[in-house]
Design a binder for this molecule. Structure first.
Ligand code: 6U4
Ligand code: NA
Ligand code: NA
Length: 158
């Protein structure tokens, strides 16, 4: 029935600020988000998240400082693809955030995130994650702007 595809997003947090990237091309173009992309064959989901962060923002995070914080499923009206997104939070990094062909990085204060220029689901789960919670959620979209239905729950673990 549905074709599941695995994706990652990784948010880097340093004190009261979080690193977002402005997506310059492709899926989600024109929106701020964490860094991430498709998981490739032969890598774990966490390895994929760390690799995408390096490719898109030029920074490294040690695997032991990367924690899974959300598990999201996105479906789209009229499409049979299901996007399964594993979201990670990193509390430490090395290197200097650098613009790539795909993303323009910028630090935001955790309480001044640009939700009006992010995916419309983000305000429903990202604040929970940034205060230390874990979320399992599913969203059904019409196009890329309208959420037709949703299920969001805070969980203790995955
Ligand atoms: P290519 O161009 O194939 O290298 P890749 O970087 O692998 O692309 P990309 O950037 O298209 O993949 O992956 C989509 C990204 O968008 C993933 O990080 C997941 C994220 N994403 C998709 N729907 C989202 C949504 N509703 N809310 C959200 N992030 C979403 O916060
Ligand atoms: Na990407
Ligand atoms: Na990719």
């Amino acid at each position: 029935q549905s074709l599941r595809k695995l994706y990652t997003i990784i948010f880097v947090r340093e004190g009261t600020r979080v690193l977002l990237g402005y997506k310059k091309r492709g899926f989600g173009q024109g929106r701020w988000n964490g860094f991430g992309g498709k998981v490739e064959s032969g890598e774990t989901v966490k390895e994929g998240a760390v690799r995408e962060l390096k490719e898109e923002a030029g920074i490294d995070v040690p695997h032991q400082d990367v924690e899974k914080v959300a598990d999201l499923e996105f479906t789209f009206e009229g499409e049979k693809t299901l996007m399964h997104v594993h979201v990670f939070l990193a509390q430490a990094f090395t290197g200097t955030p650098t613009e790539s062909e795909e993303m323009r990085p910028r630090w935001f204060s955790v309480d001044e995130l640009p939700f009006s220029d992010m995916w419309p689901d983000d305000h429903m789960w990202l604040p929970v994650v940034l205060r230390g919670g874990k979320v399992r959620a599913a969203f059904h979209f019409r196009g890329h702007n309208d959420i037709l239905s949703q299920r969001v729950e805070e969980v203790d673990a995955f």
